[in-house]
Design a binder for this molecule. Structure first.
Ligand SMILES: Cc1cc2nc3c(=O)[nH]c(=O)nc-3n(C[C@H](O)[C@H](O)[C@H](O)COP(=O)(O)OP(=O)(O)OC[C@H]3O[C@@H](n4cnc5c(N)ncnc54)[C@H](O)[C@@H]3O)c2cc1C
Length: 611
């Protein structure tokens, strides 16, 4: 049973992570939003705190999701089904494959019970959560395998290749693009849960690199690295529930990307198991020795093979960490400051700029009434209004962070603060930065609450040039609200900028609306299509960091040139001749390509899905 390797000794008493997180929502089962009596306020409960009121949030939702002349949208319960009541597709019988796989893996590494299958069917996109909440699962994987080592992944992929079995790597399952969903009805499908491969294998403090098993989740990874005095510095919003393998496979980006880079900048090399062989690690600063295979695997979303171990760059844990809040009089002021900072030789570790709508959301979701006032005394407000002519409807919050030694932080800070003040920014000091750091993983929990209350919320993000940034922002926001308004449906949209580059930024939209009376996904699909089309019109990337998966496939031939789509199909054919690795993701099949429109609606499942 298994290979003789000490890394195989996964503690028997340890629960797997999929058993500890929400099966039909986001994250920690102990953290959720709910209503409290008698106030009717929305509150948040976490592992540490029970029912902390967010007293402005309910009114904010009501006010923002209102069409003028109509009464505001209020909450109306739309509960989820219980997982026990869900009917799953039957497991496809495959005795030859099962016999051989059982001779190599222990019983504890092979699961086909209902809960394991449900929790490995989808990721965390709105479409995924909706289908889970109504119990619509048509293609759960037939088996979930939990490898403990690189050698076991090799054996699994060899067997899958031999028996023509589909393999879908499953990291944290936090993707929001349908990347882990089985979509090949006819073939036996294995979900490969990587999360037992979670060790930092070595740290080299001289070269500042670490070799890491890629099933490790964010907090565990940083904890292990911290024991060596180093950090990787990759902190996406999904940090707590995503894995290094998922980050590499989706080209992920974290909050501090301005300083430490995106995942591809941190990655030196990795080991990948493909059906036609394993690509090995190669350590070293860089090489001009032909095409580095890592560039082909990065972002391949499990369609070419399974990444098992990675050598990543690390840095010394920064002794000084300072995050500040600023207010700008408008989004134009804020983006102008950002562009000037980017053009200079100095860079903060993180720059986040919220547009006026997201600024209001940010203050409305704080755990005290009138959080905006907390940051500003009446005198300051008067000063901003009368002396600085701030219109509070247009004000934009910004969080700007610096990390490093005191000398480095002070140097960057002085210069950055100069650009901020030239663009009329007003400093709120470090308090908003501290609040942001403490609460930064809370926002996604609002989505579950809204889904349970007759509303829906989703996101769209892109990389756009500095030139097209404001035109895209303005058009997307106006078009989204107008589209729904014409149908008499309330809609709300906001945006922020979270990563900057010399030639563009990541612009991130959050949009919400009401579930329709039919409780089907068509309302949502219209919004998704509208946003993606506008992004492409302004030359934006289909995604800056969420990836392509299944949900963005219909736009891929418009985004990537046909030449590249064809080349990718050939690469896939070489690496994976039987198309067993996460099929029908990333690019459309030739047949799907020919029938773009019906395919789109089929993918987004408009007709069949009910909320
Ligand atoms: C609330 C929320 C916030 C988010 N914020 C961010 C953010 O700030 N930045 C960001 O980049 N993304 C963000 N995401 C998206 C998501 O977290 C990322 O795409 C993340 O990189 C996925 O990692 P995962 O381990 O969960 O991968 P999964 O969702 O499990 O898998 C994603 C894809 O990678 C493949 N894959 C996984 N592991 C491997 C492997 N070992 N080898 C080969 N292929 C593999 C899967 O087959 C799938 O195609 C967010 C998502 C949510 C729900």
């Amino acid at each position: 049973m298994g290979s003789n390797n000490e890394l195989n000794n996964y503690p028997k008493e340890q629960k797997d992570i999929y058993e500890q997180i929400k099966w039909n929502g986001w994250g920690d089962t102990r953290k959720f939003l709910h209503l409290i009596k008698p106030s009717g306020d929305i509150a948040i409960t976490t592992e540490k705190y029970s029912a902390v009121p967010l007293p402005s949030l309910r009114n904010f939702i009501k006010k923002e999701l209102t069409i003028s002349g109509q009464s505001g949208t209020d909450l109306e319960e739309t509960p989820s089904v219980e997982w026990e009541k869900i009917q799953l597709n039957a497991i496809k019988p495959y005795p030859e494959f099962m016999r051989e796989i059982k001779s190599f893996f222990s019983a504890d590494q092979l699961k086909d019970d209902k809960f394991a299958r449900i929790t490995h069917t989808y990721g965390k996109s709105l479409r995924d959560l909706v289908r889970l909440r109504i119990g619509q699962i048509k293609q759960a994987p037939d088996l979930v395998v939990f490898p403990h080592s690189h050698e076991e992944v090799e054996k699994l992929v060899q067997l899958a290749h031999k028996y023509n079995v589909v393999v879908i790597p499953y990291g944290g399952g936090s993707n929001i693009v349908g990347a882990c969903e089985p979509v090949c009805q006819e073939r036996f499908t294995v979900s490969v849960d990587m999360r037992r491969m979670n060790k930092v294998l070595w740290v080299d403090r001289r070269e500042m690199t670490a070799c890491i098993q890629v099933g490790v989740m964010g907090p565990d990874l940083e904890q292990q690295l911290h024991k060596h005095g180093v950090s990787m510095g990759h902190d996406p919003d999904s940090f707590e529930f995503s894995t290094l393998g998922g980050w590499l496979a989706t080209c992920s980006s974290g909050h501090q990307s301005d300083k430490y880079g995106d995942i591809e900048d941190m990655c030196v090399s990795f080991k990948t198991v493909t059906p036609t062989g394993t690509f090995e690690l190669r350590n070293g600063a860089r090489a001009g020795a032909g095409i580095n295979y890592k560039h082909i695997i990065l972002g391949s979303e499990g369609t070419l093979g399974i990444i098992t171990e990675a050598i990543m760059k690390v840095h010394t844990i920064p002794p000084v960490v300072e995050y500040y809040g600023f207010l700008f009089p408008s989004f134009t002021h804020a983006t102008s400051a950002l562009e000037q900072i980017r053009r200079s030789d100095v860079l903060p570790t993180m720059t986040r700029i919220y547009d006026p709508e997201e600024t209001k959301l940010s203050f409305a979701s704080k755990p005290s009434r009138g959080a905006f006032s907390e940051f500003m005394s009446a005198a300051v407000k008067k000063y901003l209004y009368y002396i600085r002519s701030f219109d509070f409807n247009n004000v934009c919050l910004s969080i700007i962070g610096f990390e490093g030694t005191k000398k480095v932080v002070d140097f960057h800070k002085a210069s950055v603060f100069d650009y901020l003040s030239k663009n009329s920014a007003f400093s709120l000091g470090q308090a908003p930065g501290k609040t942001w750091a403490e609460k930064r993983y809370d926002l996604p929990y609002i989505r579950d609450f809204l889904l349970g209350n007759n509303l829906w919320v989703d996101v769209a993000e892109t990389t756009v040039s500095w030139t097209n940034l404001l035109p895209l922002w303005k058009e997307a926001k106006a078009a989204f609200v107008e589209h729904y308004k014409q149908q008499g449906i309330p809609a709300w949209i906001c945006a922020h900028i979270s990563h900057t580059y010399s030639n563009g930024v990541c612009l991130y939209f959050i949009f919400a609306s009401k579930q329709n009376s039919e409780k089907e996904l068509s309302n949502y699909v219209q919004g998704k299509k509208l946003m993606t089309d506008i992004v492409l019109k302004h030359g934006g990337a289909i995604s800056h960091h969420h990836g392509v998966g299944y949900e963005h496939v219909p736009w891929m031939t418009r985004y990537a040139t046909n030449g590249w789509v064809g080349a990718y199909r050939q690469i896939k054919q070489i690496f994976d001749p039987k198309n067993i690795c996460n099929p029908r993701k990333l690019i459309p099949t030739v047949e799907e390509d020919k029938q773009q429109q019906p395919f789109l609606f089929n993918i987004l499942n408009v007709k069949q899905s009910k909320l």
